[in-house]
Design a protein around this ligand. Structure first.
Ligand code: G4P
Length: 290
């Protein structure tokens, strides 16, 4: 399994680097979107090099699905590491205003120079992030309409698309695709559990069992409450726990066996839509955040 994940996406970074480079000259800064539930795993470690010195606002998106206490810790860590960082729920728009104020703060010298020259044009930001992290949703939220439509297939370069977001901001959907980079097994697992990589890469049963293990370790009370699991259940190994969930929910085939595919689909769907609770899968590291 780990081999499969780590070997994914050969060679697309070169194309991304090229198309991003072509557009960097026309933006003032970068909005780097991460998934608040897995901030490190959803960050492409090459973003620093790809940004070519442009300033970045780091956006922890899907904050509505993440544990608020953990999100605060991540924001603190990112800010300690020298980033402007904001938590956002792009679906509702919560936190959106802070992105603009952080961007203006980052670019204050340039804005001041422009003002002195009598120039007043909106700030231009390129929105970058791995597929499914919420780039289109955020852009549409800023635009107040459906403006962005992402094309996440390898080898497909999206058309350049500027979106006006009020008087002070213009957004550019990232050209090219910033694939995630799995440098270790845990990163691949985190991306699979949140749905950033599709369940065809890993078997969904496998991903659901991983999720049971993670929920047992990190959010036992939420997990037990959702599936009415007893203390004895919570002592079980992840696979047995997964079967216990299936039995509790009545996902059985004739003969009384658990219908593993159905159980996995429901577990993953309920986790991804926040029904189990607000869950962060990745802890703030002690060293640098990436
Ligand atoms: P992308 O452009 O980066 O590829 O991501 P996109 O905006 O398409 O978002 C991917 C999925 O994540 C979408 O769900 C979207 O609704 C959801 N999403 C984006 N931002 C947020 C957020 O802040 N909170 C929550 N809870 N979800 C968010 P989908 O299932 O693919 O589509 P749909 O459910 O919107 O129809």
């Amino acid at each position: 399994m780990p081999g499969n994940i780590i070997q994914w996406f050969p060679g697309h970074m070169a194309q991304t680097r090229r198309v991003m480079k072509e557009s960097l000259g026309s933006v003032d800064l970068i909005f780097e979107i991460l998934d608040a539930r897995i901030p490190a795993s959803s960050r492409n470690p090459e973003i620093e090099a790809l940004s070519e010195g442009k300033k970045r606002v780091v956006i922890l998106n899907k904050a509505d699905l993440a544990d608020p206490t953990e999100t605060e810790k991540w924001l603190k860590k990112l800010r300690e590491d020298g980033c402007e960082a904001v938590a956002v729920d792009s679906k509702s728009g919560k936190g959106k205003e802070e992105i603009l104020s952080r961007a203006k703060q980052l670019m204050r010298e340039k804005l001041e120079r422009n003002r002195e020259k009598g120039m007043s044009r909106p700030l231009r930001a390129m929105v970058v992030g791995i597929p499914n992290v919420g780039k289109s949703t955020l852009i549409n939220r800023f635009a107040g309409r459906v403006a962005a439509k992402a094309e996440n297939r390898p080898g497909v370069t999206r058309n350049k698309q500027w979106v006006r977001a009020g008087k002070e901001l213009e957004l550019l959907d990232m050209p090219g695709v910033l694939w995630p980079k799995f440098e270790d097994v845990a990163t691949g697992e985190n991306l699979a559990m949140t749905g950033a990589i599709k369940d065809t890469i890993l078997q969904s049963e496998e991903v659901a069992v991983l999720l049971c293990g993670r929920l047992k370790d990190r959010y036992p009370a939420l997990f037990a409450a959702r599936y009415k699991l007893s203390d004895e259940h919570m002592e079980l190994e992840p696979y047995e726990l997964f079967l216990a969930v299936g039995k509790k929910r009545g996902f059985l085939v004739s003969g009384g066996e658990v219908a593993e595919d159905r159980c996995a689909a429901v577990l993953l769907e309920e986790f991804r839509s926040g029904l189990i609770g607000r869950i962060t899968l990745e802890e703030v590291p002690c060293g640098p955040s990436v």
